[in-house]
Structures are given as structure tokens and as C-alpha cells.
Design a protein. Sequence first.
Length: 412
Amino acid sequence: MKLQARSTIGAIFPYMAVAVFATQTGMGIISPILPVYAQTLGASGVWIGFIAASYAISRAISLPGFGLLSDRHGRKIFLTTGLGASAALSFGYVFAPDVTSLTAVRFIHGVCSAMIIPIATAYIGDLAPEGQEGKWMGYNNTAFFLGFGAGPMLGGFVADHWGISVAFNAQGVMNLLAFLSILLFVPETMARKAKNRKLGGYSKMFGSGVLKGLLSYRVIYEMSMTAITTFLPIYCAIRLGMDKTQVGILIGVNLIGVSLLQIYTGRVTDRFNKRTLVTWGGLGTFVILALMTVANSFWMLLVLMGLRAVSSSFSMPAIAGLSVTQGRKFGMGSVQSIMGLATSAGDAIGPVAAGLVNDTWDVTTVFYFAAGVGVCGTVIFNWFTRDYVQAPRPVPVGETPGAPPAGTPPAH
């Protein structure tokens, strides 16, 4: 079956969204319980850290290869393989007899994850019409962050009421649901597959100033965000005396706010210059991080976390939209996988760097560090993309050329 982008994305996207949401929820379910489970097997603190790192390391190693192969051989085979293997591995956690086996399961799971979210994002990028990249990437991000936020809450609830083994099985069920969604309802994008065989792979990618800007920004943005995520609970407890429920609400407001707002802001990014939106959205996010140090109550922090969600909701779909335009030049799977690699690098570096800042000075300084790093990342992004010129937005069907977009109020 050959697919045309304009006629299929609306029909295919709901199944992809189910897969993305289910995958993220499944991954998030075990995040609050895996360290506890590892301790029951006799894991020390170092082993727990190594278990967590093994997933990130194997994922980072695998990403570039799977991205390039999916450009040349199609997306569906990698999505179904990754999701099916993840479902099987999720059930396998409860059968790990010792720490070494648990680490091996986690390492293989990281390889499987490299075949899922970046490849799913590439598939959506394949089908996104020109001029609507921000819209569909915003929708994709909504599914991603809703699953990311729902998973830990669901995992903790299930583990508390029915036990850790049931939580692992719940992860398997979510991955199985995603697997069936792709297997039964999502065809291969054959036209894109044929085209991508002619692309040059990674050697040509790094001549693009826009792509270098995107990768630099993604690494530094993730460094900043993971630094705050790691140390926000400590800051709230030490400086403001908050309990865990209040911290959970703060994080939830940010994640849910970012996810839901992108339903709207993704469309906005298609009407304005994406480079400008990344710049101002990023600067707004990082200034708010610095302002969090002057908040003296839960309610002030809650307002700031809401504002942070608004700023991020403009920059994130703009970044994703720019990555789609680069994917059309160099291979969608290759670009999305290398973006995933940049994310993993930032996730690995951020908490360690923030920990050094915390140990050298104090937890408040971590917020200034995260803000300063983020501002530097925005400056670097602007320097690399200084020659970027956004192509004119194609006129959607039914809209008159030169007329204001549908829904714009008449001038008086």
C-alpha cells in the first residue's frame, strides 16, 4: 500500500499517538519502583546507578544505527520489533534472579527503546505536510508527555495496591497495546522508504548549520531540565519545607501543561518563524528557572511552573518542526535518532554536573547553573542558525492565498 502524506496523516496519527502514549506510560510505570526492586535483589547504590545507566548507554549506542536503517528499509519493521521485544522484556523483569540478570534485561530494553520513540517520530515526520510540521509534532509531543507524566503515577499506585510484579506486568500490557496498534493499523510509508534509500546518511548531516544548532540546543536544554528535575525535590524540601505531594503537583503541572498546550502552540509555530520561537521560548524558560530561587511559597512556585510550561510549549514544537525539515533533507529516521542521542547525552550530563554544583556550593546555585547553561545553549543555537530562512508557508486547501488564516477576526 502506497501512502500519500496529505491524505493519510489524519487517519494514521491516532494509532501512532496510542503507541507513543502507551510506550511512554509503560516506561514510566517502572521508574519509581525499579530502584526498590533492585534493592530486594541485593543491589548496592552503585549497582542501582549502573542499572539506570545501562538503559541510557545501550539506547544511545543503538540510536544512530536504527535511525539510518529505518530510512533505508522502512519504519514499521523496527517499530514492531522494538515494541514486541519491549513487551516480552517487561514481563521478564519479574523473573530476573539476581542483580546481574536485571542489569542485562535493562540493557537490552534500552536497545529496544531506540527502535520506538525516535522511529515513531520519524514516521509522523514522513507524513506531516509541509507547513504543518509544528502542528503534528506538537500533537506527537502531547502524547509523549502525557504518557511520561502518567507512567510514574500509575506505577506507584499499582505497586502500592497490588505489588511490584503487577506493575512490571502493567508495563508489558502497555507495550503490547502499542505493538498491536502499530502491527494492525499502521502501514509502511513505501514512497518515503524508496526516497530515503538515496539519502547520504550521517556524513552529510553535520554540514547543516540548522542541524548543528538543533543538536547543540537539545543537549544543553536537556542538561538544564534534568538538573532541575533531579534537584527540585531537594530544594523544595530544604528551602520551603514542602512534602512529596506538593512536589509531585509542581512536576505534574509542568508536564501536563506542556503536553496539553502543544495541541495549540504546535499550530502557532507553523505561522511564525520557528527560529524566533525557539529563541524567545527558550529564554523565557531559562529566566523562569532563575526566578524560582526567589519563590517563598508553594503557590509562587506553582505559578512559575505554569509559566515555564507556557514558554516550553512554544519552543518545543518549533524545535521538533525544524527537525522534520532537516529530516526531509538527510533522512527522517537518521535526524530523529541523532536528536534522541543528543537528548540522552543531555540527560546523562545534566544531573552529574548539577550534583557537582550542589556539592561545591548549594542547591540554590543549581537553578542559576541550569538557567545559565540554558541561555548559553540558546545563544549557540542562534549562532549556528544565523543563515536560516524559513520557507513560505504553503496555503492549506480551502484558504485563499494572501488571506488571513482561518479563524482570524476581521479588521476594524
